[in-house]
Every structure is written in structure tokens, then in C-alpha cells.
Design a protein around this ligand. Structure first.
Ligand code: PEP
Ligand code: MN
Length: 338
């Protein structure tokens, strides 16, 4: 970390600042130039609050050199993390995983049929929301426990592990018991108490990027989960808010190489929420795999026009199968299997 001290600052106050850093265990390189007075802090600065340092009246600027995250940082963990979901490996260089299913669970027969459909198409996990974060309080809020139990039955019939969104730590025991991958949705990406709670869980966590969050903020949220004890984090890009209106969100595919460079965590892409339109899902899925993503999570519904949520961004099962067949070819081109 580099702390730039204001010109003409009182030398006594500068010494006090240096001593303060040294008492915290940092080595301080003090360099006085003709225009700038710079303190270079050597040591692990992850726990330092740069805004607090900046509040010191003699400090002009604070620049972080090292990333503020440690556990997620590729620098300290060069090999890829591979998250094991009931024997299915997410991350690494071999397999691409595809997760399919409805936005919301709509009943037992419905989810069991869709589970069968996505399995036959080539998906290796089933998604389905039972607790739904809806913009309107009057919109369908999810079937709750009943929806989770319907997912459990669908897993029993197909063997597909189940992925569902946790909205409140009150439901964590239920998710611990029944769900294979706990999804933290975009709206809760910075719900720090929820992140700490799932950090105590042993289940893999699918952490979506927030609606308007930087990559660093997203990695810091993964860091929260990891710092609380759970290393099994799968990141999921689902599009961010921009000025563009032709799509629901803007898919930021540049996160794939950036996440791979900065972290060792697996990254998957959700082209359904990213585009909001079933017509764009296939091309964005192929692009995601070509870019090096470790998997896809896609909304699927037999009758999207009747879906209880997010119908416009659901693929019908046959289109989903066509997509997987094409994606398999791209996976082979980049040296992976699907
Ligand atoms: C979902 O997966 O249905 C969902 C609500 O996702 P997001 O949090 O990305 O909006
Ligand atoms: Mn949805």
C-alpha cells in the first residue's frame, strides 16, 4: 500500500503516522521526493481500511497495490479450485457443467417432468427457485418448503443434484438438509450476514454477481464466504445493469478471463437473466464456453408463456437440447468435455 503524505505536513505528525503503521507490524519505506512524500507499506495490508487512513488530515492519497482479498486470490492459491457437487466437478480444465430448470418450482409433476427433460438434454444439475426475490410483492413469491421438497423428489427420480436460492438465513437448516448447491442471488450478493451464514455451511455456494457490482466487490463477497470457513464457492455472472434496453441486463463476458486471472474459483454464466430473452441464450452460451467459462445455468420451461416467473428467458426443452449439442462442439474446440 502506498500512502502519499501532503506537502508541508508537520514532521512530528508524519513520524506519528509511521510509528502507528510500524506498531501494526508493517515495514514502512519513507521516501521524500521533490514533489511527493511517499510511505510504502510492506506487509499484509488486507485488513487495513484505506478510507480510515485517508481521513488523516496529513494524508493526501492512499493506493492499494495488493488486492484486498486473500482466500479467493489466485496469487496465494495458483491451482484451480474444483467444487465437488455430489461427485460432479465444477471448475478445473475438463468438464463443462450445464444446469437447467425453471425459474420457479411450480409443483411436483412439473419439476419432475422438467428434471427428466433437462437430464435427457444433457444437463447435470437441476435448478429451481422455491423462495423468489421478486420486484413486486404481489408477484408469485415461490412455493417455499413445498417447492424444496418437490425438488428433492425430482432429484430422487433423476439423480440430478439440485440448486436453489436461499433468501434468508432462517431457511438455512432446510437448505442444509435438502439442497445440494445453495444459490445466493444477485440481490443478496452484498447481504453480508447471509454471506457469513452460508460461509458456515458445508454446501457449495453459487454466488451470483450483483445487479450493479464491480468484479472486485463480487470477489470480496466470495471472500466473505471463504473467510467464514466455506471454500466451495462457484461464481455466476448473470448480467449487470447498464443503459441498454434491448436486453434485460448486459452480459459481461469479460469477467471470465478476469475471474480466472484474479481468482482460482470456478465461474459459470447465466445467459437467461443476463439477456432476459430466450432468443439470445444460445449465442451467449456458446460465447461463454469459448471464453473459458466452467459452465452454464439456464432457465428451461415446457411452456414459457405459462411460466410463473421469467418465462421470456426460458428455453423449451428441445431448444435447450440443441444448445447443449452445439455447446459440446465448442467445448471440444477449447479442449473440454460436456
Ligand atoms: C434466479 O436465478 O431465478 C434469479 C432470481 O437470479 P438473479 O439473482 O441472478 O436475478
Ligand atoms: Mn429467474
Amino acid at each position: 500500500m502506498i500512502v502519499t503524505v501532503k506537502k508541508n505536513a508537520d514532521p512530528a505528525l508524519i513520524s506519528e503516522l509511521i510509528q502507528n503503521f510500524e506498531s501494526q507490524g508493517f515495514q514502512v519505506n519513507d521516501s521524500v521526493g521533490s514533489d511527493y512524500h511517499i510511505l510504502g507499506l510492506i506487509g499484509d495490508t488486507t485488513s487495513l481500511d484505506e478510507r480510515k487512513i485517508k481521513a488523516n488530515p496529513i494524508v493526501d492519497n492512499v493506493t492499494r497495490i495488493a488486492a484486498p482479498y486473500k482466500k479467493a486470490n489466485r496469487l496465494f492459491h495458483p491451482e484451480d479450485t474444483i467444487v465437488d457437487v455430489n461427485g460432479i466437478k465444477v471448475g478445473g480444465h475438463e468438464k463443462i457443467v450445464v444446469i437447467g430448470g425453471p425459474c420457479s418450482v411450480e409443483g411436483l409433476d412439473h419439476i419432475c417432468q422438467l428434471a427428466q427433460d433437462v437430464k435427457e438434454a444433457g444437463a447435470c444439475m437441476l435448478r429451481g427457485g422455491a423462495y423468489k426475490p421478486r420486484t413486486s410483492p404481489y408477484a408469485f413469491q415461490g412455493l417455499g418448503t413445498e417447492g424444496i421438497l418437490d425438488m428433492v423428489e425430482a432429484r430422487k427420480r433423476t439423480g440430478l443434484p439440485i440448486v436453489s436460492e436461499l433468501m434468508d438465513s432462517d431457511q438455512l437448516d432446510e437448505f442444509e438438509e435438502y439442497v445440494d448447491v445453495i444459490q445466493i442471488g444477485a440481490r443478496n450478493m452484498q447481504n453480508f450476514s447471509l454471506l457469513k451464514a452460508v460461509g458456515k455451511s458445508h454446501k457449495p455456494i453459487l454466488l451470483k454477481r450483483g445487479l450493479a457490482n464491480t468484479i472486485e466487490e463480487w470477489i470480496m463477497s466470495a471472500e466473505y464466504i471463504m473467510a467464514s470457513g466455506n471454500p466451495n464457492v462457484i461464481l455466476c455472472e448473470r448480467g449487470i445493469r447498464t443503459f441498454e434496453k434491448y436486453t434485460r441486463n448486459t452480459l459481461d463476458l469479460s469477467v471470465v478471463p478476469i475471474i480466472k486471472e484474479k481468482t482460482h474459483l470456478p465461474i459459470i454464466i447465466d445467459p437467461s437473466h443476463a439477456t432476459g430473452n430466450w432468443k439470445y441464450i444460445e449465442s451467449m452460451s456458446l460465447a461463454a464456453i469459448a471464453a473459458g467459462a466452467d459452465g452454464l445455468i439456464i432457465e428451461v420451461h415446457e411452456h414459457p408463456e405459462c411460466a410463473w416467473s421469467d418465462g421470456a428467458q426460458c428455453l423449451k426443452p428441445e431448444k435447450f437440447k440443441q444448445l447443449i449439442d452445439k455447446a459440446r462442439n465448442i467445448a471440444h474446440v477449447v479442449g473440454r468435455d460436456l
